[in-house]
Ligand binder design. Sequence first.
Ligand code: SF4
Length: 160
Amino acid sequence: MAERLGVTAASLSDTLKTMEAHGWIERSPDPRDARAQLLHLSPKGRAQAALKRQSDRGALGLVQALEQADLAALLRCTQLLVGEAQRQGLATGLRTCVGCRFFRPFASGDAARPHLCGFTGQPFGDLELRVDCAEHERAEPQDFAANRERFRQRIPLPAE
Ligand code: SF4
């Protein structure tokens, strides 16, 4: 779980303890492994999760109030921030376009949808940048660095 979320095991453990203190999760013994514990959402935790999924509540409600151009800018900045955090070794396990081996920034020749996804073969714009893509595959370090550099150019470099 910690690797998938890009946090340390200690940080995840602290978060789980906090959630437990709120009564949002419950632990039970794992019948397959005496050293392990199973975690479940409690009824209170399920109610809290349902509340957070409501589109007009929480962060999602705030984001939905943005104009599309502002949302695209936010997604672009998020990719740049995550990319920089990954470069500095502060984050791992995040499935963003910029860290993906299929990402081809500014490669489509279409100003409205300038990037290409090598997995789908489709052009896409900043508004469709993904931060947790199921098809993501981690780019090799040199490709990641080149993509990050190309993506951060406001005026894209000519394609190589
Ligand atoms: S596979 Fe997903 S993460 Fe990778 S470039 Fe395509 S949309 Fe982005």
